[in-house]
Design a protein around this ligand. Structure first.
Ligand SMILES: O=P(O)(O)OC[C@H]1O[C@H](O)[C@H](O)[C@@H](O)[C@@H]1O
Length: 426
C-alpha cells in the first residue's frame, strides 16, 4: 500500500542487533508493556471501534450539515492538526466541492485579528461550534471558546447550547464541567489516546465527517494499515523499515528529517507529522528534528540549503502516484515562452520529473533520502497513511529509548507564560 524506497541499503540498516531491538519493541508494543504503554489506545482502535460510535459521529455530522453553514472547530496541537490535515488534503483547492458545511478553525493560535475577523465572517451564517481539548484546560482553545461561547449565546440565546459540541476527557478538566453545566453534547477523548494520536477518535472524526468526508473510509484505511503493520517482519513491514532507516541515519549524524512533497494540499499532513514525530521523539537531548518543504515551491527558496548547507539533513519524500485532476501542456502556435518542448506532458508528469531531478541532485549533494508513495489521496489512503506514521513513530521513539507518548517539555513555556500573566497558583 505504501511503497518505500531508501537511497542506502536496508542491509546496512537492518543488522541483527537492530532487528533484535525492533523485535523487542514490537513485542512490548503489542503486549502493551513498553514505556508509556498506558497510551496505546490508538493501536487497535481502528479494528475495535464500535459501530455505535461511528453511527453517532455520522448522525451528529448530519445534524451539523443540516443546521450549520459554518462549523468552527476550536483546538490546538493534536486537537486540531489531524482534522486540519485531512480537510486540507481532501478538499479541492478553491471551493467547498459541493459540501454543505464549511469548517473553520480557531484556538490554534492567539491572534486577536484572526478571531475578530472570524466572528465578523460568521455574521449572517448559521453556525455551530465543536470545541476540542483532551485536557480541557489548554489556554488557547479555552480563550477562543470564551469568545465563541458568548458570540453563540448572543446570537442564539438558549438555543446556543444545541449548537455547541464538546470533545474532551470523560471527567477531567474545566471543559467537561462547562459542557455538563450548559448541557452541551459531549464526545469523549479516550484516556489512553494522546492528542497527537487522536485523529481516529471523535477529535478528528467529527470535524472530518461534518465537512462531508467519509469517516468510514478513513477508518477502513486505518484498519487496513493496522493489519498491514501488525506482523513483525522487517523485510516487508514498511512502517518498521521507515523507522529503522531514519534511526540509522540519525546515528550517522543526520539529525534533521525534511519531509518533502510535491502537492501543496499535503501541507497540513506535514504539520501533523511534525507534531507527531517532534513531540514524540524530541526528549532527553535526543530526537530527529522534523522539518518540511513543499516542492517545487521551496526548490526556489530552501532548495539551496538542502543542496549545499550543513550535511545533517535527510529527506523523506511523500508522493502521491495518481493525482485526482491534471492538466496537459499543449502546443502553442507561437512558441514565445519556449515551452513547446513540454507539449504532451501532464503537470503530474512534470512534477514526477522534478522529483527525480531533485532527488538525484540532493543525493549528489550528500542528502540521503527515502520516498513514501501512496496510490492516491482519498479518505481510505489518508487513513492508512496517518496510521502508518503513528505506528512508525512509536518504533522510532522506542529505538531512541524514549517514551513516544508523553511531552514533559511542553509545560515549561506554559509555566513561564502563566507566571508572567500572574495566573493564580503560578
Ligand atoms: O487537547 P489539549 O489537551 O487541549 O492539548 C492540545 C495540545 O497541547 C499541548 O500543549 C500538547 O503539547 C499537545 O500534545 C496537545 O495536543
Amino acid at each position: 500500500m505504501i511503497e518505500l524506497t531508501y537511497s542506502g541499503s536496508f542491509e546496512t540498516v537492518l543488522t541483527d542487533e537492530k532487528k533484535a531491538a525492533l523485535k523487542e519493541i514490537h513485542d512490548n508494543l503489542y503486549n502493551k508493556e513498553g514505556r508509556g504503554s498506558d497510551f496505546l489506545g490508538w493501536l487497535d482502535w481502528p479494528s475495535t471501534v464500535q459501530p455505535e460510535f461511528m453511527e453517532r459521529i455520522q448522525k451528529t455530522a448530519d445534524v451539523i450539515q443540516e443546521k450549520a453553514e459554518v462549523l468552527v472547530v476550536i483546538g490546538i496541537g493534536g486537537s486540531y492538526l489531524g482534522a486540519k490535515a485531512a480537510l486540507t488534503a481532501l478538499s479541492p483547492y478553491f471551493s467547498k466541492g459541493g459540501k454543505k458545511t464549511e469548517v473553520l478553525f480557531a484556538g490554534h493560535q492567539v491572534s486577536g485579528e484572526y478571531l475578530k475577523q472570524l466572528l465578523t465572517h460568521l455574521d449572517g451564517k448559521e453556525v455551530m461550534v465543536n470545541v476540542i481539548s483532551k485536557s480541557g484546560k489548554t489556554t488557547e482553545p479555552a480563550l477562543a471558546f470564551r469568545f465563541l461561547k458568548k458570540y453563540m449565546e448572543d446570537r442564539y440565546g438558549d438555543a446556543a447550547a444545541e449548537r455547541i459540541i464538546v470533545t474532551t476527557d470523560a471527567e477531567k478538566g474545566a471543559l467537561v464541567n462547562l459542557a455538563i453545566e450548559n448541557g452541551y453534547e459531549r464526545f469523549v477523548v479516550p484516556e489512553d489516546v494522546g492528542g497527537r494520536y487522536s485523529v481516529f477518535t471523535a477529535v478528528g472524526l467529527l470535524p472530518i465527517a461534518a465537512a462531508g468526508f467519509s469517516v468510514s473510509q478513513l477508518m477502513a484505511g486505518a484498519k487496513d494499515a493496522e493489519e498491514a503493520y501488525q506482523a513483525f517482519d522487517p523485510e516487508t513491514n514498511t512502517a518498521i523499515r521507515y523507522a529503522a532507516a531514519r534511526h540509522y541515519l540519525y546515528t550517522e549524524g543526520y539529525t534533521t528529517e525534511v519531509m518533502a512533497t510535491f502537492e501543496p494540499k499535503l501541507a497540513y499532513v506535514q504539520e501533523w507529522w511534525k507534531q507527531l514525530f517532534g513531540e514524540s521523539e524530541g526528549k532527553e537531548g535526543k530526537g530527529i528534528f522534523p522539518a518540511s518543504v513543499s516542492f517545487t515551491t521551496d526548490l526556489h527558496s530552501m532548495g539551496q540549503y538542502i543542496q549545499d548547507g550543513i550535511r545533517n539533513l535527510f529527506e523523506s519524500f511523500l508522493l502521491i502516484k495518481e493525482s485526482n485532476e491534471d492538466l496537459t501542456v499543449f502546443e502553442a502556435e507561437n512558441d514565445g515562452d519556449e515551452l513547446n518542448y513540454l507539449a504532451g506532458i501532464s503537470l503530474q508528469e512534470f512534477n514526477h520529473v522534478a522529483y527525480k531531478g531533485t532527488s538525484s541532485a540532493h543525493l549528489d549533494g550528500g542528502v540521503p533520502q527515502m520516498s513514501l508513495t501512496i496510490e492516491k489521496m482519498d479518505e481510505f489512503h489518508l487513513g492508512h497513511l496517518f496510521y502508518f506514521y503513528m505506528i512508525s513513530c512509536a518504533y522510532s521513539a522506542y529505538l531512541l529509548d524514549i517514551n513516544p507518548f508523553d511531552q514533559p517539555g511542553v509545560e515549561d513555556y506554559k509555566n513561564n507564560i502563566f507566571k508572567l500573566l500572574e495566573k493564580p497558583g503560578y
